[in-house]
Design a protein around this ligand. Structure first.
Ligand SMILES: [Zn+2]
Length: 181
């Protein structure tokens, strides 16, 4: 039928996830005012996600989709790796430019263009390790007023480095819930 996706297609995620920064997330239990998600701890927390994704990627079933319209563990892992890469370039921009602007990243297009389903899980584990460590190291350099440096996303969402860190924290943890990691 015209206008409907085929059942074997991923339905694009059109939700504005910035709402979790005010309201938290009922799906994964994220609470923005939880001291455990403090922005200043972003580097240390992000490093703890490396063995968790590594364990997900070691599963024999990593390439299987439970449902045709839902990513496999491998596809979620590739997404998490690319989140770290995209966030590093945006964090760099926010820390070095007074007028940081970036486009709304199309994660579903990235999954297709990046051939997530065809990646080697062992290589993705290494790439996640590298991407997460690089981003964690950069967050470790953020101090004082830098946490309030702004970034503007093309759809109108306004971030500071601090809320950007919390957004990252939710995104990665939410996907670990998605894969029961
Ligand atoms: Zn969530």
């Amino acid at each position: 039928m015209a206008g409907m996706s085929a059942p074997d297609e991923i339905v694009p995620d059109g939700k504005d996830w910035t709402v979790v920064l005010q309201e938290g997330c009922a799906e994964c239990g994220f609470a923005p005012d939880d001291p455990a998600v403090a922005a200043t701890g972003t580097g240390d927390w992000l490093r703890t996600t490396i063995p968790r994704w590594e364990a997900v990627l070691a599963r024999p079933s990593v390439e299987l989709r439970d449902r045709p319209d839902r990513w496999s563990d491998l596809e979620y892992s590739c997404h998490a790796r690319d989140v770290c890469r995209v966030f590093l370039s945006r964090l760099e921009l926010m820390l070095t430019s007074d007028d940081a602007r970036f486009d709304d990243w199309d994660q579903d297009a990235a999954a297709v263009a990046g051939r997530y389903a065809e990646q080697d899980p062992a290589i993705v584990a290494r790439e996640y390790d590298e991407a997460a460590r690089a981003l964690a190291d950069r967050f470790d350099t953020v101090q004082g007023d830098d946490w309030q440096r702004p970034g503007l996303r093309s759809n109108g969402a306004r971030f500071a480095v601090e809320t950007f860190a919390l957004y990252l924290h939710h995104d990665i943890e939410h996907h670990l819930v998605d894969v029961a990691g």
